[in-house]
Write a protein that binds this ligand. Structure first.
Ligand SMILES: NC(=O)c1ccc[n+]([C@@H]2O[C@H](COP(=O)([O-])OP(=O)(O)OC[C@H]3O[C@@H](n4cnc5c(N)ncnc54)[C@H](OP(=O)(O)O)[C@@H]3O)[C@@H](O)[C@H]2O)c1
Length: 328
């Protein structure tokens, strides 16, 4: 098969469309003929050599894909050759074929195109598992989403609205904020020119945010606590603003607040806190919202997989609204 490989850690130019060995599905896995994959920020770090795949995962980039089941490994039930699916991956998506644990498969939702579906698994599983399962987002809450125009952000806006919350987002340009409003965001804040604590307080009559979905880490830690409502939760999923910050426990305690954090890629396939549990819950509770059109893949750009370098450049330049999808 053809796949994107990394010649050496570095910039987008190190990505090469080359011949690679076909994967073989192990027991409990299926082989998927990939229609498309999608680019995640983690891919940029892995390309630079800062985010190695978890033990046993493919060295090839790609945390999600869509495609058609080509073969079943031993013991796989409830799936058949020819089924159209999308899948959460620990790696291996930037390729024409990938082997996936059956627990990480989702059926292609009705009304979603097979190529566009590649942009769903990583963002829906991340947002659902953190904002809903971990931080307990509920109808009537105020949800603050940092980076509302990104892949995760555009998904979080839609999930927040589908769950009847007030959604406030930050983004880096007025054009991107306008697109967030068109997607359903109630209040938008330009993080380059406005203070998000002040703006959220103003928009909520001083209440603040019940849940904050944070991509920045250290640089936003203190202000995320300032913006929290009583009993609020910050759920951190990224470190774009650094890994080490100072936590003012006094301020957090006064709000009975919580700072939570979770990663998806390194979770076990099955068992406690597993990908299987998240995928099952997403399929039961979120897939109906996807099939009803309330949560859609937001695809800012579609390119052939061989042009993965161009896709990485676009993501690095904040030149995409939503996801970049790469077709095999
Ligand atoms: N923990 C997990 O399991 C998990 C899973 C998936 C993703 N993530 C993390 O989630 C984050 C988003 O991922 P993605 O794939 O959606 O990436 P993406 O599409 O590249 O989005 C990155 C976002 O960061 C925003 N941003 C940059 N500087 C900012 C600032 N100072 N304040 C607020 N926002 C800022 C950008 O906003 P503008 O473009 O508008 O400037 C952009 O929307 C990344 O940090 C990623 O590593 C974590």
């Amino acid at each position: 098969m053809q796949a994107i490989t990394i010649r050496q850690p570095g910039g987008p130019e190190v990505l090469e469309w080359t011949e690679a060995p076909d994967p073989t599905p192990k027991s409990g896995e299926v082989l998927v003929t990939v229609a498309a994959t999608a680019v995640n920020r983690a891919d940029l770090l892995q390309r630079q050599g800062f985010y190695p795949p978890p033990k046993g995962a493919s060295e090839i980039l790609g945390l999600e894909c869509s495609g058609t089941i080509a073969a079943l490994g031993e013991g796989v039930e409830n799936w058949a050759v020819g089924d159209e699916v999308c899948a959460l991956l620990a790696g291996g998506g930037y390729a024409q074929k990938v082997a996936v644990p059956a627990e990480q498969l989702l059926p292609l939702p009705k009304n979603v195109d097979l190529v566009a579906a590649a942009g769903l698994p990583e963002v829906v599983c991340t947002v659902w598992s953190t904002v809903v399962q971990t931080a307990g987002l509920n109808a009537g809450h105020v949800l603050l989403v940092h980076g509302g125009a990104g892949g995760i952000g555009t998904c979080a806006i839609q999930i927040g609205k589908a769950l009847q919350t007030t959604v406030i987002v930050t983004a880096g340009s007025d054009e991107r904020l306008k697109l967030c409003r068109e997607l359903g965001a109630d209040v938008t804040i330009n993080y380059k020119t406005q203070d998000f604590v002040e703006e959220v307080k103003k928009a909520t009559d001083g209440h603040g945010a019940d849940v904050v979905l944070d991509n920045m880490g250290a640089s936003y830690l203190d202000r995320n606590i300032d913006v929290l409502a009583m009993d609020g939760r910050v759920v951190n999923i990224g470190m774009q603003g650094g890994v080490k910050g100072e936590l003012n426990i006094g301020k957090l305690m006064a709000k009975r607040g919580g700072v939570l954090s979770a990663g998806l890629r390194a979770r076990p396939i099955t068992g406690k806190g597993s990908k299987a549990d998240i995928v099952k819950d997403v399929r039961e509770r979120l897939w109906p919202l996807v099939e009803a059109g309330a949560v859609k893949p937001i695809i800012g750009r579609t390119l052939p997989m061989a042009q993965a370098a161009e896709a990485h450049r676009a993501l690095e330049a904040s030149d995409v609204f939503g996801k970049v999808v790469l077709t095999a």
